[in-house]
Each structure stands twice: as C-alpha cells, then as structure tokens.
Design a protein around this ligand. Structure first.
Ligand SMILES: [Zn+2]
Ligand SMILES: [Zn+2]
Length: 231
C-alpha cells in the first residue's frame, strides 16, 4: 500500500501546472507537521521523546511560532532545553561540542518530511510506470525547483529500469533546461533594465525574476522584497 498513499496529492499537485509540483506537496506536508506538532501531538509522550532528542531547525522553529499558541511551543521548548542541559552536563570539552553540533544539524520536522518524501518519490515512480495519464501530466510540467529536480534524477535512477530511466531523464532534463534558459533570460533582462539604454524598454517577464530565481535555486520563495529595487 505504501506506493499508493500519495497518488491523490501527486495527481492534484501535478495537475496545477504552476510552480514546482513537489514543492506544493512539500508545503502541504510541512503545514501538516507544524499544525500537528503544535496541536494534537504536542502532549504525546513518544513524540515528545523525539522532539526532545532532535529539536528543530530555524525554519521550523519560525513556523511553529507563527502557527502555534505560545504555551504549547513553550512546553516543547522547556522539555527540549532540559534534555539538552542534562545531556551536555554529563559531557566535557569536545564531546560536549560534538553533541551540540549534531543538534545544530537536526530537526524533528525535517526528519518527518524527509522520510515522507521518500514514500512520495516511490509513489511517483510507481505512477510514472503504471499510469499513462500521470506520465502525460509529468511531461506537461513547466519546471521543478533545483533541489526537487536533483531528487527526481536520483530517485528515478533507483526506481526505474535503465531503459525507462533514460527516457524519463530525457523528458525531465528537457523541461528543466528549457526553464533555466528562460529564467536566465528573465534575470538577465532584469539586470539590463538598470542600464540607461534599456530604461524605456518593457520589463517583459522580468519583474519577479529575483524571486523566481531564488525559488528555483532553493525551493522556497523568498519572503521579502529588497526595498532598494523600485520595480
Ligand atoms: Zn520543488
Ligand atoms: Zn526543519
């Protein structure tokens, strides 16, 4: 059954044909995790054991503070910092630093999403092999953010037989290269517009080229605009 859990959300996000479809799925899972951790799961002992151990990254702390009420977040923080204290209190010197470094690169929500994304990709390639409608939808995509494009290439190699992988790669690669060329054209035109010779020309499709380029590179739309750019 593992292969089928994400069939509906995959079809839903690949049908939208806007943005990276895997970012759409990622955002949905991230919202669920943050809502659950600051709500229903907050007092569950087995979840608390894991949040105490793994903690959260800066991105997910920020989302918890935005979504959650202050008391549930404070209770999670209280037992997490208490556990860190008792663990590092037992260690000395570099052993203490080693434990803290592990913690800096760990996050309960990132772990949960990464393990779900594993199932998403195996479901995606199951559909790709067995459902011609999904294959058609895949070929219609406008682009993937680069982190998800990289994962598609990697998971594709693991999930498809060699010949099918070569055909799949050709399709994914042509979608991505075409988009990167267009994106580069947009950000290039954005830069040129600051040259007095082009000042009166149309902005074409370049006004949000910075945001779209950062999104393509990172998989996350930047949340602010630089206020020194008057566009
Ligand atoms: Zn993406
Ligand atoms: Zn995280």
């Amino acid at each position: 059954m593992k292969e089928h859990i994400y069939t509906i959300p995959l079809n839903e996000h690949f049908s939208k044909l806007e943005g990276c479809p895997l970012c759409g799925l990622f955002d949905m899972m991230e919202r669920n995790e943050i809502e659950t951790i600051t709500g229903a799961s907050m007092m569950e002992p087995d979840v608390r054991v894991k949040t105490n151990e793994h903690g959260f990254c800066e991105r997910h702390f920020a989302q918890m503070l935005l979504v959650g009420k202050k008391l549930p977040v404070a209770l999670i923080l209280e037992s997490h910092i208490n556990e860190i204290y008792s663990e590092i209190n037992r260690k000395k010197g570099e052993a203490q630093a080693k434990k803290l470094k592990t913690l800096e690169n760990d996050c309960y929500v990132c772990r949960r999403i990464n393990s779900n994304m594993d199932s998403v990709f195996s479901n995606l390639f199951y559909l790709y092999r067995n459902d011609s409608n999904f294959r058609d939808l895949f070929a219609k995509q406008k682009f993937f953010c680069l982190p998800h494009y990289r994962e598609l290439i990697e998971y594709g190699a693991k999930n498809l037989p060699k010949k099918e992988y070569a055909a799949f790669f050709e399709i994914a690669d042509s979608i991505e290269m075409k988009y990167l060329e267009t994106l580069h054209g947009d950000i290039d035109w954005f830069c040129r517009k600051f040259d007095y010779r082009f000042a009166k020309e149309d902005w074409k499709n370049s006004k949000d080229a910075i945001e779209r380029t950062v999104y393509t590179l990172t998989g996350h739309m930047p949340k602010f605009r630089s206020d020194n750019i008057e566009v």
